[in-house]
Design a binder for this molecule. Structure first.
Ligand SMILES: O=P(O)(O)OC[C@H]1O[C@H](OP(=O)(O)OP(=O)(O)O)[C@H](O)[C@@H]1O
Ligand code: HPA
Length: 183
């Protein structure tokens, strides 16, 4: 490992590349079964959901269209501000569509709670949520989430789309950061 190797910044690996890929395949199979005969509009929430979107959408056999939203609820730190702003809206009219919101993580739940109501107000046939990670101990609001990959510990996690100060998104696994990175 060279001195610039990103893995030196990680304390623990929580989910390996293989565990993530197996879970994505499992979630895709459940989604295909539930949406049989219906087209799905998958909505990825930038930027964290890019990896999940790329892998999940390729694992689906259903007819899928894809769109993206960018919202912001975190400042530069590691706690949600609770104030959600739309940075990039959808290009798609949701009227009559089956919408599946795809996320990397539900932490406090504030972002998804706001986003789900926002999309529901646009006249879709249905809105469901698929998230790779959820932190049950961090929940500040209750949200109905149909597809959850892993319930994870209440620690700040990075990798597979998840960042700390925009870094670590490119890791193909998910882990926690070593203390020297914060200090
Ligand atoms: O449940 P919550 O506490 O609201 O946190 C979850 C949100 O935080 C992350 O996004 P972030 O705002 O960090 O932006 P990013 O996807 O660009 O990293 C994540 O992708 C969710 O959208
Ligand atoms: O644990 C986390 N890691 C990275 N981004 C996040 N956004 C909410 N929670 C997290």
């Amino acid at each position: 490992m060279d001195s610039n190797d990103v893995s030196a910044d990680l304390a623990h690996v929580l989910y390996t590349k293989d565990q993530i890929q197996d879970k994505i395949a499992e979630m895709a199979a459940a989604i295909d079964k539930d949406y049989e005969g219906r087209d799905i509009l998958v909505v990825g929430v930038l930027k964290g959901a890019v990896m999940v979107m790329a892998d999940l959408s390729r694992a689906l056999h259903s007819h899928v269209t894809m769109d993206w939203m960018a919202v912001s609820s975190y400042g530069s730190g590691t706690t949600s501000s609770g104030v959600v702003r739309i940075l990039k809206d959808l290009d798609t009219d949701l009227m009559g569509k089956h919408v599946l919101i795809v996320e990397d993580i539900i932490d406090s739940g504030l972002t998804l709670s706001w986003l789900k109501s926002n999309l529901e107000s646009r006249g879709p046939a249905s809105v469901e949520i698929c998230t790779l990670l959820r932190k049950p101990e961090a929940a500040k609001v209750e949200i109905d989430v149909k597809y959850v990959g892993f319930d994870c510990p209440n620690e700040f996690v990075v990798g597979y789309g998840l960042d700390f100060a925009e870094k670590y998104r490119n890791l193909d696994f998910i882990g926690t950061l070593a203390p020297h990175v914060y200090n």
